[in-house]
Ligand binder design. Structure first.
Ligand code: XLS
Ligand code: NI
Ligand code: NI
Length: 437
């Protein structure tokens, strides 16, 4: 078959290499902390950005061409995207993909027709998966683009639209199972509101949970054994989104008894939109046993929306990988939910973007392993709480005391010693020596 991209297979050449189409840090076979880099970093391609997004923004049309030789809006184009996607992933050594239902085919007016198209394309995708060994990380239903979802999907005010959400989830779960996907994502882009003047928040939350419960029941009934994920995001497109951040989403899942089936899919750019760091969201998920998967991208400090840039900030990838390593790895993977900047509009730029993202995470992994091997940061944190290893501390942490006894102790002491220093600047210096020393 004729190749779509005029690019050779991307190889690791090391940091000295000046070849723009080579990995400088991502060496898939290199062993870090007893595991190959490619096992630490199961990368995935996001169908929508990589094969769909062509640079359109609020102020201008496409700058890139993603027709892949076929007419857009046709099944021939859907197939050309499959060919392009599998060639692209193979050339980069990316072993997974993620998709929304309507990324795969042009959506028809009638859902029956859309489903027939999905059946056709998924057979074709499956044959490509078998040919290449490329796997599916997760699937999802796009319940935010079609105008019927203007008031939400699970949170809609229309019982009929709720049925369409159910139908799309059912089909997307069928496809995820057909592809052997590891996970199924709920990103609640329209599950939120603009004003309380027209919104029954309690009703909407109850209904979202009902839809998720039905998804779990259906998924399990057709043999889906993977994780369901919530992908938190505080805003955009809605002003208030219900899955604001990991802590909020985890609370919601527990409230509705969904916590055994769900984990978090943490996106870096969503974390920063919520006013958190990426690593904060990862830590909150991990300590609750809900760190599932990652949407690997980055935002822009100066812009207040989801810019979906390819990860470049190595401090951020390092602190991310430090959390991931300490959590024992991901059951999911690293999905580049990221797109080229609008003026980076060539096919070669698509490769540069993935090389940048994969190298940034490889560097993050290398540096995070060094933080762990160095041990000073972990040791400091342990020491910081040493007071709770004392007799008094143990009394508190074992729950063998009460407010009155502790109050008596404080009163007897009269005044407390100052706690030990947090030493932030020292620790930041340690991090810098590990990064650049
Ligand atoms: C949008 C989200 C979306 C999800 C999948 O901000 O990141 O792309 O990952 O629906
Ligand atoms: Ni995402
Ligand atoms: Ni996003």
């Amino acid at each position: 078959m004729k190749e779509i991209f005029d690019v050779q297979k991307i190889k690791y050449e090391g940091a000295q290499s000046k070849n723009p189409l080579a990995f400088k840090f991502y060496d898939p076979e290199r062993v870090i902390l007893g595991k190959k880099m490619k096992e630490h970093l199961p990368f995935a391609m996001a169908w929508w950005h990589n094969l769909g997004a062509a640079g359109t923004d609020m102020f201008g049309r496409d700058t890139a061409c993603k027709s892949f030789g076929a007419e857009k809006g046709t099944m021939a184009h859907a197939k050309a995207k499959v060919d392009a996607g599998f060639e692209f992933m193979t050339k980069l050594g990316v072993e997974y993909f993620c998709f929304h239902d309507v990324d795969l085919v042009p959506e028809a007016d009638d859902i029956n027709e859309t489903n027939a198209r999905l059946d056709e394309i998924s057979d074709y995708i499956l044959s490509k998966m078998n040919e290449t060994g490329i796997k599916c990380l997760w699937g999802t239903a796009n319940m935010f683009s079609n105008p019927r979802f203007m008031n939400g999907a699970g949170s809609t005010n229309s019982a009929e639209v709720f049925c369409f959400a159910a139908a799309q989830i059912k089909k997307a779960l069928d496809l995820t199972v057909k592809f052997g996907g590891k996970g199924y994502v709920f990103w609640g882009g329209r599950e939120g509101y603009e004003t309380l003047l027209n919104t029954d928040v309690k009703f909407e939350l109850d209904n979202i949970a009902r839809l998720m419960r039905m998804a779990v029941d259906y998924g399990r009934s057709i043999g889906f054994t993977g994780d369901f994920y919530i992908e938190p995001k505080p805003k955009e497109p809605m002003k208030h989104q219900y899955d604001f951040d990991a802590a909020t989403a985890i609370g919601f899942l527990r409230q509705y008894g969904l916590d055994k089936d769900f984990k978090m899919n943490i996106e870096a750019n969503h974390a920063t939109l919520a006013g958190h760091t990426f690593e904060h969201e990862l830590r909150i998920s991990a300590i609750n046993g809900m760190l599932g998967s990652i949407d690997a991208n980055q935002g822009d400090m100066l812009l207040g929306w989801d810019t979906d840039e390819f990860p470049f900030d190595v401090y951020s990838t390092t602190l991310c990988m430090y959390e991931v390593l300490k959590a024992g790895g991901l059951s999911g993977g690293f999905n580049f939910d990221a797109k080229n900047r609008r003026p980076s509009n060539t096919a070669e730029d698509m490769f540069h973007a993935f090389i940048l993202g994969m190298d940034s995470f490889a560097l993050g992994l290398i540096k995070a392993a060094k933080i762990i091997e160095d041990g000073r940061i972990d040791e400091f944190v342990k020491e910081k709480y040493a007071s709770f290893d004392s007799e008094l501390g143990k009394k508190i942490t074992s729950g063998k005391t009460d407010l009155c006894e502790l109050s008596d102790i404080a009163c007897k002491l009269g005044c407390a010693q100052m706690p030990s220093s947090g030493k932030q600047e020292y620790l930041e210096g340690v991090l810098n020596t590990i990064m650049f020393g």
